[in-house]
Design a protein around this ligand. Structure first.
Ligand code: BGC
Ligand code: CA
Length: 561
C-alpha cells in the first residue's frame, strides 16, 4: 500500500537533457547520452528523474518556450530515443517526470502563428488579446529588469497579447475549454510513452484569470481537480508536482482539502527560510515556516529542494533577513537577479566547504517532504557568472578530466563547460570523486541510501524539539510506532545541546546513530550531545531493549497483564 504512493518517499533528481551528456558529439546533450548515464543515476540511488523541457523549441528560455508539445527537439534525438530512455529507467526501477509548460507557448508555435495571422482562426482565442494597450501592461512581470511589460503589440495581429513571462512566450488562454482539452491531451500523450507525471510549470498563472480587464487575477482551482482526475483515470500512479510559489495559507487550495488536487508542490516557503537559517545560523524562522506549511492532506507531499534551475527567490523573507542572505551568499550584484534573488549554485554559495554542503543536504533530506536534487550538486558543481541570467547555473555536467569534462567530444559545446577556477571540471568531476570514499559524490550516495531507509520522514508526523539554541534544529518524526530524530548545528562553532526526546516513559532514552558510532543514552530523561560545527546526526529512537520490550507488549500478547 505505502509503495503505491511512490512520491511520498522518493528521491527526485532534476536534469536537463541538453546539458547532461552528449553522445553524438555535436556539443548538445541528447537522450542517447542520458540513457548511457542511467546506471550512474541508479547507483546514486535516485528513484525518479525530472526532465526539464526537451520538446521542440527556439530555446530562448532554455526550452520553456515550446513550439510543439508532441515531440522531441531533434537536437536531443527522436521520440524513439525518448521511449528507449523511459524504458531504461523502468528496467532500473526509476520513474520519470517531465516538465509540463502550458501557461504559455513559444511565439513560434503554429497555434500562435495562426492566431496572430487570422482573427477568424479558431486559434485566435487560444491566446489572450486586447485591441488597446491595457492600463496595467507594465505590471506583473516575472523577470523584472529584463522583461519590460506583460503585454506586447503584435503588428500582424494588430492587437496586444498577454505574456506573464518573456515577450516570446504568449500566454495560453487557459479558460478556453479547447485549450484545457489540449492540456489533457498533452498529458495523456506523455503518460502513454512511459512517464509517471509532470512537474507543472507556473501553476498559479496557468489557473489564473487572464485578460485586459483583469486587475487582480483569480485562481480557478477547479482546473487542478480536472487535471488530477484525468491523470488518475489514465494511469493511477501518475502525479503532478506543482511549481507554485504561494503563501502557506493558500497551500490547501492547491493540494485540495481532501487531497483531490495536486499530489505534490515545491515548498518555496521552507526553501527561503532554510537559506536564511544557513546564512544566519538561526533556525527560528525555519521552524515557523515548517509549522506554517505543516497542514496538508495525508496523500499529499512537499518537494524539498535547496537550489533549483531558477534564481533563489528571497521575496518571502523580511528585509533584514534578505540582507543577511544576500550578504552571506550573494554579495555581488553579478550574483543577484530580478531584484529578488541569487542566481548562484549551492557549492559556491557555501564556499565550496564540504562540511557545510553536507549539513545543507542533510537538513534538506530530513525536512518533511521528498528531496529534489539538482544535477551536479552531488559533486558540488559551481556556476559561470559570465553567462546571462539563470544560465549561469545550467552548465554541462562534469564527468571527468577529459576535454570539456567528458560531456562532449565536440570542441565547441553549445553551453560552455566550466573549465577554470576552483569549480572547473579538472577539479570537480564524477570520475575523480568516484575513487575518493570521502567525496561529495560518495557521501551523497550514502545519504540517499539512508534517506530511503527512513520512511518516517516522508510519511510521519513531525515535531520540532526545543533545543534552547537557535543554531540547532532538532526534529522528531513518528510513524507506525517508530520514531527518528535529527539534530543539525548550523553554526560553525561546536555546540553542546541538551534535550528531551519527548516520548512517554523512557521510550526516548536511547538514540541509535544511523550514520556513525555516536549513540546517545539519556540521563534522567535528557540527552546531552556535543555536536561539531556544521554537524548533523541522524538517530533512530529506542535501542534494542526498547524494541524488544515493545514487541512483547504490542506483539505477542505476552505482557504481564
Ligand atoms: C520555470 C522557469 C521558466 C518560466 C517560464 C518557470 O517558473 O521554472 O525556468 O523560465 O517558468 O516557463
Ligand atoms: Ca548531441
Amino acid at each position: 500500500m505505502i509503495d503505491d504512493l511512490w512520491y511520498k518517499n522518493g528521491v527526485i533528481y532534476c536534469l536537463s537533457v541538453a546539458t547532461y551528456m552528449d553522445a553524438n558529439g555535436d556539443g548538445i546533450g541528447d537522450f542517447k547520452g542520458l540513457t548511457r548515464r542511467l546506471d550512474y543515476l541508479h547507483g546514486l540511488g535516485v528513484t525518479a528523474i525530472w526532465l526539464m523541457p526537451f520538446q521542440p523549441s527556439p530555446y530562448r528560455d532554455d526550452g520553456y518556450d515550446i513550439s510543439d508539445y508532441y515531440g522531441v527537439d531533434p537536437r536531443y534525438g527522436t521520440l524513439g530515443d525518448f521511449v528507449e530512455f523511459t524504458h531504461g529507467c523502468k528496467q532500473r526501477g526509476m520513474r520519470v517526470i517531465i516538465d509540463l509548460v502550458v501557461n504559455h507557448t513559444s511565439d513560434q508555435h503554429p497555434w500562435f502563428k495562426q492566431a496572430r495571422a487570422d482573427p477568424n482562426s479558431p486559434y485566435r482565442d487560444w491566446y489572450v488579446w486586447s485591441d488597446k494597450k491595457p492600463a496595467h501592461a507594465d505590471q506583473g512581470m516575472v523577470f523584472p529588469g529584463v522583461q519590460k511589460s506583460t503585454w506586447t503589440h503584435d503588428k500582424q495581429a494588430k492587437a496586444w497579447y498577454f505574456h506573464r513571462f518573456y515577450e516570446f512566450q504568449p500566454d495560453l488562454n487557459t479558460a478556453n475549454p479547447y485549450v484545457q482539452e489540449e492540456i489533457l491531451k498533452i498529458m495523456g500523450f506523455w503518460i502513454q510513452l512511459g512517464v509517471s507525471g509532470f512537474r507543472m510549470d507556473a501553476v498559479p498563472f496557468v489557473i489564473a484569470t487572464k485578460g485586459p480587464k483583469v486587475k487582480k487575477p483569480v485562481e480557478q482551482f477547479d482546473m487542478l481537480r480536472t487535471f488530477r482526475e484525468f491523470l488518475q483515470w489514465r494511469k493511477g500512479d501518475s502525479i503532478i508536482l506543482a511549481e507554485a510559489n504561494v503563501r502557506p495559507e493558500d497551500d490547501l487550495h492547491y493540494f485540495g482539502d481532501d487531497g483531490e488536487r495536486m499530489q505534490m508542490m515545491f515548498n518555496f516557503h521552507v526553501n527561503q527560510h532554510l537559506f536564511y537559517a544557513l546564512a544566519a545560523a538561526d533556525t527560528g524562522p525555519l521552524a515557523k515556516a515548517l509549522a506554517a506549511t505543516k497542514p496538508r492532506p495525508a496523500t499529499a507531499q512537499w518537494g524539498l529542494f535547496l537550489r533549483n534551475h531558477d534564481e533563489l527567490d528571497l521575496g518571502r523573507l523580511t528585509k533584514a533577513q534578505q540582507r543577511i542572505v544576500f550578504e552571506k551568499f550573494g554579495p555581488d550584484k553579478t550574483m543577484q537577479l530580478y531584484d529578488r534573488g541569487i542566481r548562484r549554485r549551492l557549492a559556491p554559495m557555501l564556499g565550496g566547504d564540504q562540511r557545510r554542503l553536507e549539513l545543507a543536504y542533510s537538513l534538506m533530506m530530513t525536512l518533511p517532504g521528498t528531496p529534489v536534487i539538482r544535477y551536479g550538486d552531488e559533486i558540488a558543481m559551481g556556476d559561470n557568472l559570465a553567462l546571462p541570467e539563470r544560465r549561469c547555473a545550467r552548465t554541462p555536467m562534469q564527468w571527468s578530466t577529459e576535454p570539456h569534462g567528458g560531456f562532449t567530444k565536440s570542441d565547441k559545446p553549445e553551453i560552455p563547460v566550466i573549465d577554470h577556477g576552483a569549480y572547473g571540471f579538472e577539479h570537480v568531476n564524477v570520475a575523480q570523486q568516484r575513487r575518493d570514499p570521502d567525496s561529495m559524490l560518495n557521501w551523497t550516495e550514502r545519504i540517499i541510501r539512508m534517506r530511503k531507509e527512513v520512511p518516517e520522514i516522508g510519511w510521519g508526523d513531525f515535531k520540532v524539539i526545543a533545543a534552547r539554541d537557535p543554531a540547532v534544529l532538532i526534529l522528531r518524526y513518528d510513524w507506525r510506532n517508530n520514531s527518528v530524530l535529527f539534530v543539525h548545528n548550523l553554526d560553525e562553532q561546536p555546540r553542546e545541546v541538551s534535550f528531551a526526546v519527548g516520548l512517554p516513559d523512557d521510550a526516548g532514552d536511547t538514540l541509535i546513530d544511523l550514520l556513525g558510532p555516536n549513540h546517545s543514552h539519556a540521563s534522567r530523561g535528557r540527552h546531552k550531545l556535543l555536536i561539531e560545527g556544521y554537524g548533523y546526526r541522524w538517530f533512530r529512537v529506542g535501542g534494542l531493549d526498547y524494541l524488544l520490550r515493545r514487541t512483547e507488549v504490542d506483539g505477542g500478547g505476552r505482557s504481564k497483564a
